[in-house]
Design a protein around this ligand. Structure first.
Ligand code: 13P
Length: 233
C-alpha cells in the first residue's frame, strides 16, 4: 500500500480527497501538460447515502485553489440542480465527469487537459475521423488498438459529454476534437499518468507525421501487446 495521496483508490476523509484533487491539478501544470485555467480534475467521493464526486471549480487558476474551492457534486445531479457548495461553481465540464462516473463503475478519477500535442492532433481531420492509430505499442496502455477522438461540441455541453462517452467506450483515454484530452483511472495518479502518456504519444505521432508518416502495427500485434500487459497486471 502506497502513501502517495494521489494513488489512493479511496481516500480516508473528504479533506484528504480535496487535497489530492488540488495536488493532481497542480502536478498537471507542473508536468507541462496543462496551462493557464484550462483543464479540470475530479475524483469520486460519496457522502453517506449519496454517491458523488469532487471536482475543480470553474475558471479559478489551479495555483490559487484552496480545499474549500473544490466542489462536491451528487451523481444524481442534473441540469438546473444547484452545486452543493456555496463558494463556487463546478468546472463547466461537470457533465462529462458525472456521465463517466455514472457509466463506468471502475473509474475513480478523471483528468482533462489542453496539452499541446494532443490538442494540436485533435484539430486534424484524419485524427477526428479515425483517432490515433496503433503506431506504437504503448497505445495499448490506453485500453485498445487506437485512441478515439470525441467529436467537437462547445465546452460544457451535454452534446460534448455524449461524444466523450462514445469515444471512451472500452478505453482509458480519448482525444477531444479542437480541444484536448481526457484520461480516466482507478485513482488520480493513474488518470494523470495516462494523460501524460497520451500527450507523449501525441508528440511522437506528430513527429512521425512530420518525418513522412509512421508505419502501423497490425491488430494481431496489438492483441499480443494487450495480452502481455494483462498477464503483467
Ligand atoms: P473549467 O474552468 O470550467 O473547468 O473549464 C476549463 C476547460 O478546460 C473547459 O474544457
Amino acid at each position: 500500500m502506497t502513501d502517495d495521496p494521489l494513488a489512493q483508490a479511496r481516500h480516508r476523509t473528504e479533506a484528504e480527497a480535496r487535497a489530492a484533487v488540488i495536488a493532481c491539478a497542480l502536478q498537471m501544470n507542473a508536468l507541462g501538460i496543462n496551462h493557464g485555467k484550462a483543464g479540470n480534475v475530479s475524483c469520486r467521493w460519496d457522502r453517506s447515502a449519496a454517491s458523488g464526486y469532487l471536482i475543480t471549480p470553474a475558471a479559478l487558476p489551479f495555483h490559487r485553489l484552496e480545499a474549500a474551492d473544490i466542489v462536491w457534486m451528487a451523481l444524481e445531479a442534473d441540469d438546473g440542480d444547484a452545486p452543493d457548495e456555496a463558494r463556487g461553481q463546478p468546472s463547466s465540464e461537470w457533465r462529462f465527469h458525472r456521465d463517466l462516473y455514472r457509466a463506468r463503475g471502475q473509474v475513480q478519477a478523471l483528468v482533462h487537459t489542453h496539452s499541446l500535442h494532443a490538442a494540436a492532433l485533435s484539430c486534424l481531420p484524419a485524427i477526428q475521423r479515425s483517432g490515433l492509430p496503433p503506431f506504437h505499442y504503448m497505445i495499448a496502455t490506453l485500453g485498445g488498438s487506437d485512441v478515439r477522438c470525441a467529436a467537437y461540441h462547445s465546452f460544457g455541453t451535454q452534446a460534448l459529454s455524449d461524444a466523450v462517452i462514445t469515444a471512451m467506450q472500452g478505453r482509458h483515454a480519448c482525444l477531444m476534437a479542437h480541444h484536448g484530452l481526457l484520461a480516466a483511472g482507478g485513482h488520480l495518479a493513474q488518470a494523470l499518468s495516462r494523460a501524460l502518456e497520451l500527450e507523449r504519444l501525441s508528440q511522437m505521432y506528430a513527429l512521425g507525421l512530420s518525418l513522412g508518416g509512421p508505419a502501423l502495427l497490425d491488430e494481431a500485434q496489438m492483441q499480443d501487446v494487450m495480452a502481455r500487459f494483462a498477464r503483467r497486471g
